[in-house]
Write a protein that binds this ligand. Structure first.
Ligand code: PBG
Length: 337
């Protein structure tokens, strides 16, 4: 397809197709659909608990009963899937809460799958919420300082993913960024009879300041150091393609780019290069910034949210993971976009 105007006559007048809302919809190249939204949710032990997260208006740490209510409402609004994070009562140096058969996430999965069987339950597979130090892997302290031990961590991640699948999770989503985790998880699932459980890999996950509010929500901020030795450097795009290629080779079914709005070039290149189902995660600070500006009346929350998500779609994302999923589903059913 040639993109060049050739000076043909009569002149091309793009505005002809912008004359009415119906005409604009007729020629729109990209659509938002509630069927591709995923809502992240946080579950913690307790009953009747809804603890607001300060920097994320509308987001709560929920006890399982409240989680069920919130999820049922999301389902009702047309959101087909959730991404589940757990906050355990106790943390330790082996993240044992992450793979405990009766851990908080495992309990929540069973409850949700029992009460809402057609809901797609995706679980975040990571150790940071369960580690006393808040890092995503096993920490080794040596003469060279602190480092995260890659291969020993893989076993714990695989065990975590298996415990989620065992509880009934429809899909597991490793977010730790250790090398080789997708293969380790795939092999472990296959050996245990879960060869049909897909893996949504946080394939190109950048070390980002946009995760700040999440760490309050998940109580997972590192106690020392940062995540730059395992998450990607924001300066790199070619490396993101290598990360995605590697995860696909290891068995990822869906690949994710995260954060979303500041990384549209990565989404675009990942989709172009691999053509795989691609997810974009509009992360906590993206949500916080929109909410904060909207609360001051500085932006139109609905218009900014829909335009941002549309940009992710236009870049090539299929699946949109967003804290605004329920609002978006409602807006789309009211008027569409
Ligand atoms: C866990 C994890 C994080 C996010 C998703 N999974 C935090 C981090 O890596 O520090 C961030 C999500 C968000 O900011 O909304 N590793």
């Amino acid at each position: 397809m040639s993109m060049h105007l050739t000076g043909r006559f009569p002149a091309y007048r793009p505005r002809r197709l912008r004359a009415s809302a119906a005409m604009r919809r007729l020629v729109s190249e990209t659509q938002l659909s509630a069927s591709q939204l995923v809502l992240p949710l946080f579950v913690r032990p307790g009953r009747k608990l809804r603890r607001p997260v300060a920097a994320m208006p509308g987001v709560f740490q929920l006890s399982p009963d409240e989680l069920l209510r919130e999820t049922a409402a999301a389902r009702e609004a047309g959101v087909p899937a959730i991404l589940l994070f757990g906050i355990p009562d106790r943390k330790d140096a082996r993240a044992s809460g992450a793979y405990a058969a009766n851990g908080i996430v495992q309990q929540a999965i069973r409850l949700l799958k029992r009460e809402l069987p057609d809901l797609i339950v995706i679980t975040d597979v990571c150790l940071c919420e369960y580690m006393e130090h808040g890092h995503c892997g096993i920490v080794r302290k040596g003469r060279g300082g602190v480092r995260i031990a890659n291969d020993p961590t893989l076993k714990l991640l695989a065990q975590t993913a298996l415990s989620h699948a065992d509880a009934g999770a429809d899909m597991v989503a490793p977010s730790d960024m250790m090398d080789g985790r997708v293969r380790a998880i795939r092999e472990r699932l296959d050996r245990s009879g879960f060869e049909d459980t897909p893996i949504l890999s946080y394939a190109a996950k950048f070390a980002s300041a946009f995760y700040g509010p999440f760490r309050e929500a998940a109580e997972s901020a590192p106690r020392f150091g940062d995540r730059r030795s395992y998450q990607m450097d924001a300066a790199n795009a070619n490396e993101a393609l290598r990360e995605v290629a590697m995860d696909i080779e290891e068995g990822a079914d869906i690949v994710m780019v995260k954060p979303a709005l500041a990384y549209l070039d990565i989404i675009y290149r990942v989709k172009r290069e691999f053509g795989y189902p691609t997810a974009a995660y509009a992360v906590s600070a993206e949500h916080a910034m929109t909410k904060a500006a909207a609360a001051r009346g500085w932006i139109d929350e609905r218009a900014v949210t829909l335009e941002s998500l549309l940009a992710m779609k236009r870049a090539g994302a299929d699946i949109l993971i967003t804290y605004a999923a329920v609002d978006v589903a409602r807006w789309l059913s009211e008027t569409g976009r």
